[in-house]
Design a binder for this molecule. Sequence first.
Ligand code: ZN
Length: 99
Amino acid sequence: MKKSRIEFEKQMVEQMILLYCKGHKHAVSAPCAECSELASYTKNKLNSCKFAETKQYCSKCTVHCYRPDMKSKIKTVMSYSGPRMLLYHPVVAIKHFFS
Ligand SMILES: [Zn+2]
């Protein structure tokens, strides 16, 4: 259960980054190099997150473990893909935003 939550969040982040990359036509086959770097960075952070077992989602986390440039990138991705996730994955997105 604890593990699956992190797995779930990793999956969400990956999909959001993919959506963002496709939406901005970064590369012919998404994700582009920059976006896959962001995705693996984010997944690494999730893997090593101290709050993995109890924490809220990273957007609400009190420990700002992201590098500033990565943080601003992921924020851009979230604000782009967040609302769109509701269209593509209504159940998943709703679960995410209200948990
Ligand atoms: Zn991209």
